[in-house]
Design a protein around this ligand. Structure first.
Ligand code: SF4
Ligand code: SF4
Length: 696
């Protein structure tokens, strides 16, 4: 049977005065009927441009599809008239983007935008289109669909907007759905909802799908076939099962080796892919991966490899598979063994946070009267010991970043105390606080916005040295060179400016600035979430090396539970401004107690080819409620699958379950647990074993 889509030698280039960027360079593949193809790659690999090219959505100039064929049902989309392409876009191929807010029109209601293609392409009357719109929103799980038809995009949450976007894409029952990073901007519990929805729809409608992502674990759970892209080329193609059990390309090996995995204990040393992805305007000769490939040999530097055919339809672009070479036996498997992790039970406590709250007033009217409070952080308590890493996790809006900033007094707390080395930070005047700042630093998610673009790297790093009187005159330059070396950068880079560096290098500079004043405590706020996986592993390793060299203590704030598992000694889970569970790394990941933690952990997609974890997934309903007016009683009760009579009425106590494991849930409280629903029996009986008591 002819495949639904066949792409042949597609090339899409971007032209400027002095250079040509070969974003997609000679790629060929096909998608069968009712098949899901994953396209995976890091930034700049060409995965999104290749998808936009299929629908002829490349901005021209500067972009142009310079060669190739896109055969949809045998007809070449690239040779069609504008009218014919528009017809295909409306009826046969639809696209879902990463950030629906930019692709939904802000001045039209969701209903208007849903009904337009129905009247235009399917010839429905206005009334019929309205009914069909409500039906589509129901199908994608939007609550109160008739109401939502009247809402504007900004009135919906991120997850709801993505559902509305999917409803729009489905409105004309496309035969091919192209989803470009559809869940990347979403929290893990919402990602699980959307992936589940897309899987169901694809199966019900027997349609085909192209799923573009940087996340191998999402590919594992969604796709039948995978194209791995690097530098505008497909470097490996295989069925998902084959790719995840027997990857063949050194780049694919590297991608697997550098991934932190949620099922693996703390202490695994990640194996990053060295160097940076190439500049597409100045590609290396020969194999495009050779500057980063540990297996490169002479031929790789001179000649570009073709795609070699392997059994089961797998193809791989690598000279190792030429007849005279050793193939996959060349692979040096990275041992994913956990090193002994030092315990910190005996180490002195350097930070003691007690009942910390940070509320932001909401003002309204001419007189700016306070009409409410955003309870961003609402009574959190924990300690941090010397040399320890505490992971702080939770979804957007849970208050983890605000907590970090309030601890450092970048924001003034509303109440509570933060004792740092025995001194209450809230009581310090600005001079004393400045002194103390030397010892506590922060690393931000986006180092670019926190580095002054007009100052050289040397001057950025010299600033804390001078402010804190740590070096004078010639010594400053020497110290800057030393710090740059410590973070794996060339001291000669001191004269360059932030824009001259890649994302990963800029994060190294952010780290260099944080360690310049010799702190003993650093808050790392989502330090790797903006980076590609190969670079992410480099930065995680760097942070861990610096910790053991300099004896640093970290609070590691992140939404990625696999990353947190690989770096943290203990982990605190936050929900709507409160800590709902706090435990050792092993305690939290091997024996999670709180229903929210259990759902979060189960929602994380994995690269396990058996799919064992996916079958036990707990999908939470609904969105995280607003912290302006959090739910009464247990704040999680509106989404909790085990919610029972007492939960909306009484706020749970934080219970001490022993072994430094704390949980805030009535299921473990002997005063209430007997009324819990039968489906919570496993958790209640675990509570009986642990016999927790209210934390002191
Ligand atoms: S062709 Fe050579 S450089 Fe390229 S991936 Fe294979 S071994 Fe590495
Ligand atoms: S207290 Fe009730 S609603 Fe809250 S997590 Fe426990 S069971 Fe769920």
């Amino acid at each position: 049977m002819e495949p639904l889509l066949r792409v042949v030698n597609l090339k899409t280039y971007f032209f400027s005065e002095d250079k040509i960027v070969r974003a997609v360079d000679d790629i060929s593949y096909s998608i069968g009927h009712n098949e899901v193809l994953g396209i995976v790659g890091e930034s700049g690999s060409g995965k999104s441009v290749s998808a936009l090219s299929l629908m002829r959505l490349i901005d021209s100039p500067p972009g142009r599809i310079v060669d190739g064929k896109v055969l949809f049902d045998g007809d070449d989309v690239l040779q069609m008239s504008e009218n014919e392409v528009r017809h295909i876009r409306g009826n046969d191929i639809a696209m879902i983007f990463q950030e629906p807010l930019t692709s939904l029109n802000p001045v039209y209601t969701i209903g208007d935008q849903l009904m337009e293609p129905l009247t235009l392409h399917r010839g429905l009357t206005k009334r019929q289109a309205e009914l069909e719109g409500v039906q589509l929103l129901t199908q994608v799980g939007v609550p109160s669909p008739a109401e939502r038809m009247k809402s504007y995009p900004h009135q919906l949450s991120g997850g709801m907007r993505q559902r509305a976007m999917i409803a729009m894409a489905l409105s004309c029952q496309p035969r091919l759905l192209i989803a470009d990073e559809p869940t990347t901007a979403l929290d893990v519990s919402i990602q699980a909802q959307i992936l589940d929805l897309m899987r169901k729809i694809q199966q019900e409608q027997q349609s085909s799908m192209i799923f573009i992502t940087h996340d191998l674990a999402v590919v594992n759970e969604m796709c039948d076939w995978v194209n791995v892209m690097y530098s505008g080329r497909i470097v490996e193609r295989a069925s998902t099962r084959t790719l995840f059990t027997s990857p063949k390309h050194p780049y694919t090996w590297g991608l697997f080796d550098c991934l932190p995995r949620i099922e693996e204990k703390q202490g695994i040393r990640l194996a990053p892919i060295h160097g940076q992805p190439p500049n597409l305007a100045r590609m290396p000769v020969g194999c495009k991966f050779h500057p980063r490939c540990p297996y490169a040999f002479d031929r790789c530097v001179e000649e570009e490899p073709p795609l070699f055919n392997m059994p089961d339809g797998q193809t791989v672009r690598c000279w190792l598979y030429d007849n005279s070479q050793t193939g996959e036996s060349a692979r040096v498997e990275t041992l994913r063994e956990s090193n002994d992790v030092r315990t910190h039970d005996e180490a002195p406590v350097i930070l003691d946070v007690k009942d910390l709250t940070k509320h932001f007033p909401i003002t309204s009217g001419f007189l700016q009267r306070t009409v409410g409070q955003v309870k961003a952080v609402d009574g959190i308590s924990f300690t941090l010991r010397e040399g320890e890493t505490l992971g702080l996790v939770g979804e957007s809006g849970c208050g983890k970043s605000t907590a970090g900033r309030t601890i450092l007094r970048l924001l003034d707390p509303t109440s509570g105390s933060v004792m740092f080395h025995g001194t209450d930070l809230a009581s310090l005047d600005s001079k004393k606080l400045q002194e103390m700042r030397k010892r506590m630093q922060i690393i931000f998610q986006d180092p670019y916005s926190s580095l002054n673009p007009r100052r050289s790297i040397g001057s950025i790093l010299a600033q804390p040295l001078k402010i804190h009187n740590l070096a004078k005159g010639k010594e400053v330059g020497e110290k800057v060179a030393d710090i740059l070396q410590r973070v794996g950068m060339n001291p000669e880079h001191a004269g360059r400016y932030p824009h001259e560096f890649s994302g990963g290098q800029r994060q190294r500079i952010g780290i260099a600035r944080a360690i310049a004043a010799n702190p003993d405590f650093i808050i790392a706020d989502e330090p790797v979430s903006a980076l590609d996986v190969s670079i992410q592993a480099q930065i995680i390793n760097l942070l861990q090396d610096l910790q053991s060299e300099l004896g640093l203590s970290y609070i590691f704030i992140a939404h990625d539970l696999s990353v947190v598992r690989s770096v943290s000694n203990r982990v605190a889970v936050m929900y709507l401004g409160q800590i709902v569970e706090l435990a050792s790394n092993e305690g939290l990941y091997e024996d999670p107690l709180h229903p929210y933690t259990r759902a979060l952990l189960s929602a994380v997609p994995t690269v396990d080819p058996t799919g064992a974890r996916a079958s036990s997934r707990i999908i939470l309903e609904g969105d995280v409620p607003s912290p302006i007016n959090p739910p009464s009683g247990c704040r999680f009760h509106t989404r909790c699958p085990y919610c029972f009579s007492v939960c909306p009425e009484v706020e749970p106590l934080l219970l001490d379950a022993g072994n430094e494991h704390f949980v805030k849930c009535h299921l473990y409280d002997p005063n209430y647990s007997s009324a819990a629903p039968p489906k919570a029996e496993a958790l209640v009986s675990r509570g009986r074993e642990l016999n927790p008591e209210p934390a002191s």
